[in-house]
Design a protein around this ligand. Sequence first.
Ligand code: FAD
Length: 411
Amino acid sequence: MQISKPDKFYDLVVVGGGMVGASFCCALEEALSENSLSILVIEAIPPNANSVKQSSFDARSTALSFGARKFFEGVDLWQALGEAVSAIHEIQVSDRGRLGSVEINRDEQSVEALGYVVENKRLGQVLNSRLNESKKINLLCPALVSSVEATEKGMKIGLNHGDTETSVDASLVVLADGGKSPVCKQLGIAQSIERYDQHALIANIVLEKPHRHIAYERFTDTGPLAVLPLQSIDGKNRGSLVWTLSAEQAAEYRELNEEELLPLLQERFGYKLGEILEIGETFVYPLSLSIAKEQVRPGLALLGNVAHTLHPVAGQGLNLALRDARALVDVLVSAKERGLGLGEMNVLLEYVARQEVDQATTTQFTHNITKLFSSNNEAKVWLRKFGLVAIELMPTLRRGLAERLMGLSKS
Ligand SMILES: Cc1cc2nc3c(=O)[nH]c(=O)nc-3n(C[C@H](O)[C@H](O)[C@H](O)COP(=O)(O)OP(=O)(O)OC[C@H]3O[C@@H](n4cnc5c(N)ncnc54)[C@H](O)[C@@H]3O)c2cc1C
């Protein structure tokens, strides 16, 4: 429920009600009996705010894995998302200008869909209305957290709400305030950062031909270009574009008008979906791999982009964060049942132990794909040509890749 004034103390305070913070709260709500824990989520920007300001629920679309579907079904939100979701029946991976491509389809994998695409704004509306309706989660929005510090008893959170500066205490703070987190810097938590010298230009596009639920991933010499299937509106065949470019190109293309940009995109993507008829407003995101060197401290856990920001190439960032969120909920609920404090380090280390293999393998997989498919180095060109052909020829390799993309891989 939306509150106008916070209490002095909460068992758990979540900083950031973006895609990850809000999803975590929904999972917590589902797992807890009423009044068993007091929970506050503090979000700076309402989800229906201007796209440029709201870093989570902006103009992007997100590919949700089969695992993410299970997450949203588990918290009873899948149906609400239902009509805004477009299923992926096939993924076509190719290397622009070279032979070798891989097609992964749902029939071969014996699943209803390989994944689903949802517009971030819609996901924001659904998550936010759940938080507003919730009797177990208190939502303070808009309110900006200015500081988080450890005290003798737990954590103190400083915040600005309206014209008021105030603070609340908590046993545990879950920091889900995104990749730029000033709070994380203030706490002295270092990040290991590898910049890819790539920017993602994103936009919604209108295509001549229907997508037939195929997601296209094309590797080009500037980096990957993806077109994901979106629900059609007013009879228009829509796709979500993620186009990886150098910093200079992204800045240049961002300034072009539709007539100038369309032929460049058409030349890169080709004619698999016929002519590209329209391109909506474009947004640019710098891309890097960023990993927090500490995931937990006594009274503190990091979740989502503040813990790990990945290249969007394989659509793994949110999907991994949802698996983290599920694991953290399980660990906290179990701690509560055992009478342990939520912020105890041994409890939080249980969470780290549960997720470290998944985090390491997902991060490595994404990083390797980014590097392999963004290079013109002859050895890498040969390797990916060989790799694509091998995957196309060998069902077991294809199955492995499909399981990872669906968020079902165990290692
Ligand atoms: C171009 C692109 C495409 C992507 N595509 C995919 C995909 O297809 N599949 C996938 O799984 N992942 C994808 N991702 C990754 C996905 O977007 C991220 O994993 C996700 O946005 C992380 O969400 P978050 O809640 O951790 O952070 P954010 O989205 O940054 O949200 C942080 C929230 O915290 C709030 N906040 C920040 N500071 C404060 C403060 N001090 N006080 C209060 N509130 C605060 C913000 O307002 C915001 O709501 C993509 C990423 C990019 C860049």
